[in-house]
Every structure is written in C-alpha cells, then in structure tokens.
Design a protein. Sequence first.
Length: 563
Amino acid sequence: MLTMILVGLAGGLVTGVSPCVLPMIPVIFITGGSSADEGRVRPGYGRALAIIVGIVVSFSLITLLGTLVLAALGLPSGLLRWTGIVLLVLIGLGMLIPSVAHALERPFARLPGWTPNGKGGRFGPFLLGLGLGTLYVPCAGPVLAAISVAGATGDIGWRTVVLTVSFAIGAAIPLLVFAVAGASLTRRLAAYRDRQRTIRAVGGVILIGLAVALVFDAPARLQAAIPSYTASVDRALAQSDTVNRALGRSVGGAAACTGGGGLADCGPAPDLTGGGRWFNTPGDAPLTVTGLRGHVVLVDFWTYSCINCLRDGPHVRAWWNTYRGSGLEVVGVHTPEFAFEKDAGNVAAAIGDERISYPVVQDNDYAVWNAFGNRYWPAKYLIDAHGVIRAVSYGEGGYAEMEQRIRTLLHESAPDAALPAPTSGAADAPTAAGPISPEMYLSASRSAGAYSGGTLTAGTHDYSFAPDQQADTYALAGRFDVTDESVRAEDGARIRLDSTASSVNAVLGGNGRAVVHVDGLPDRVVDVSGPPRLHNLAAGDYRHRVVTLELSAGVDAYTFTFG
C-alpha cells in the first residue's frame, strides 16, 4: 500500500511540474486569489484549496469511470470534454456577471456550508475545480498510463483507486502552490484588494479564453512546442522495476530489449488483429505482422492528445519518410488515453493535422496494446524482417539510438543496399572486418547449432566442458535449469563461448552476478538484477575470442549477440 501511494505521488509530482500544466497556471493563479464576493475581501486560502480539491475529485472520477459510464449510457465519448468547456464558459461569465454566479450556485443552496447567502456563494471554487478537472489532460507518464488503461478496460480494484487518488494529489500539489500564491497576493497587496472587481473580470476573461482555446486544441500545440524537461524522469520511472511491480506489470518480456544500447531478442511479435478501423492502407484494409514479413517494422503506440506523443511524432514521421524506400514499415497504433480520444473523426483529423501518411489502426479496446504488453505512451517496438521484436523504447528521447537500430536491421535484411543519410544524428554500426558469429540462443527450444553438445534438454542437469569446442558455439559446465526460453545458473555454473566479432553481448536476467574471463584481460564483474537486459561482455578490435562466464545461482542467460 505504501509503495503504491509513493509511486502515485511521485508520478503525479513529475506531471505537476511538467510543461503539460502550463495552460492551467494563469487560471489557477488568478481564480485562486479572486474572491467571489464583491463587497469585501475573503481570506482566499480556502478558495484555493477548494479549486484544487475539485480538480482532484473530477480528474480521479473521470479517469477511472468516465469511459465506462459513457459506454454504459451510450453517450458520445467527447461529452465530458465539452461539458467541461461549457462549464468554464459559464463560470467565466459568472466572474464577469454576478447574477450568473448566483444562478450557478443556486442548486447547492441547501447544502450546509455551501449556502450562497447573497454574496456569490462558497461552492464556486469547487465547481471551478470540477470543470478544470474534466479538461486536465496531463502528460502520459507511466503511472497515468496504468490508471488510464485500468479505467478504460474496467479493471478497477482498490490498488487502482489508491494509485489514482495519490497521483491526482501529487499532480495537484504544484497547482496548489500557484493557487495559494494568488490568494496571498490578494491578501497582502493593496492593489489587489482595491481592484477585486477588475481582477475577477480578468479571471473571467481568462477562463473564457481558455475554453475557446481548448475548442481549437491550442494549449496542446503550445505544450508540444515546449521541450519536455521531465522526459528523462518519465523514462526512468517507466523502466523502473520497483515502479512496474507496484503497478502490477510484468518486468520481463519485452523489457529485455530496453536496457542496452544494442539489439536483443524479445520473441516473435504479436499480430495486429483485434483493433478497429484502419487508416492510410489500401481500402482501409487491416495489416498483419505476417503480411509484413521481409520488412523492418516500427510499431508506434500513440494517442492524439498526449503531449509526449506530439513531441515524439516528428521523429517517427522523419524515419518513415527517410527509410520507407529502404524496407521500413511504420504502423501507428492509436490507443486512447481518455474517452474523448475514441472518436474516429477526431483520430482522422489528428492524422491529417500531424501529416501522418503511414498506416494507423484505431485500438479503442486495447487489443493491440494488450497483445504487445505495452505500458506507456509513446512506445516503439522495432521488429526485424523475420517478425521478431528486437528493441523497445518507452517515452520521449533516445532517437539517435532507435534510428541506429533501424539502420542496423535494414542493413541485415539487405546487406548490399545503400541507406540514406540518418535524420537524427545516428551512426551506422561499424562494419566488421570479416564474418561475425551468429546470434546464439540458450534454451531447450532454440539451442540447435549453437550448443556444442548438440541440443539442450529441458530440466535441471549437470554439465561439463568438452575437451574440444567448435567455433561459434557455447558450452556449459556445472548445474543449470534449462527452460524453453533460457538457462538458469545453479551450482558451479559456467558458460564458455567461442566467437569471432568486435563486441560480445549477452542478454542476462534474474539476480546475481557474472564474472567475465577473457584471455589476456583482467576479469570483470557484471551485476545482474531485474528483467533481462543486454550486457556487453567484451569489446575492441574484430578478433577471435574465448569468453568464459561464471554465473552465481539465480542468473538467467538468454542469448549471445555479436557486433
């Protein structure tokens, strides 16, 4: 429980200081300090708190229940957003015209403590917070992604509720600071006290202006134009084992591709079936991973109101435009974060506005999202020409590295083809001076041709090194538990690898350490923890090497790769 609360607060605080909150700051600052009474100055701090409480309540309820309620009642997915816009306009008019404010609060006249009592009422600040909460679309960090998916799919338990409330509180704390600052100015500065009516009018104009800007999606354009100074923190949270365990996510699977700078093997890519409408395909016909075999495929999860996705999109479009003639296919998967993003017309408009010409599937029911085990917006899955996921990237950033991986896989699929110049500072992997060892799998299902003893058998066995070992193979010594995906070290576990390459890498998981022995070099210790990750074992000039790994009990070995 405590870990869940801390994770939610951390994710909310990061969101609360991100560029995504910038359009709300002037509204919170002005309205947090402007009194609803015309004849006297109210202390203001309670008003500031009421606004923030309203935001927390409405954002939490809408994020968790909005999609389900709209679907159950058969209402349009954009209803909540338009309700919030209309509410902002009415409250703005209320700040300009006192009679409108009284009319808005009249339904709450019988509630104790919220009585209008002839001076504008006390419910207005909370009502304003409710309206702002319906329109608050924060950056799609990993915590908010987990909340949105749970709400959209109906998988709501007590853990999700705790996470949602703690996230909303964390995101609201920075906003509360601005609201209290506005209230403090109202209390302390004579200029504010003497011009309450003018300040209220300014606040009303700002609210109406925000509502109009939201109609034309102007705040999203502003946010997208500002560099995300919290992107690196979001990426760290998305790849944190502690955070993912608290969110109930698996820390294995595709995470094997996220830890290193190179390529790994995350298994065959799931198909793209189960989604809804397709865009930018001949006849809007669906695509399949099987039908795309022979191409390098980048699957990009996004949603049109996600500010992170708007900043990320130009890089994906640049890769598509640059490499489509060299064998790259891009498939956008539009999985909605909020209910209003399910509208097909809005998605089509966003595709046009963003000048997206590659295929896009509308994934309203999270079918493709769940098939990939995705956890974030934006997220990229890079698939090689054989249909195997080779790299995964969550969030913004890492563009040069991802482009280099794209170029590497394109070169693998067509070694003699010349590639265009890179778009984001990527550099091609150095060309080897000769043939390099092929990728080797350590498992009962895929060890043929790589294991020096023939083929590994599932189960726990004792092994010993053979006196003669062929080139481009590995051998085992000690006790290992062999599965269909990996080998797990038990007692006295060692792996001897005979290879020829410039760099030698291994995908290792579990918990423990690996001691790396290379002839002529001092031993090196590699700490292993958490999900499978790519670790470099040796690097330098292109040459033949014999590398021996001593693995502590509990370390899993999946593959060896070479460059």
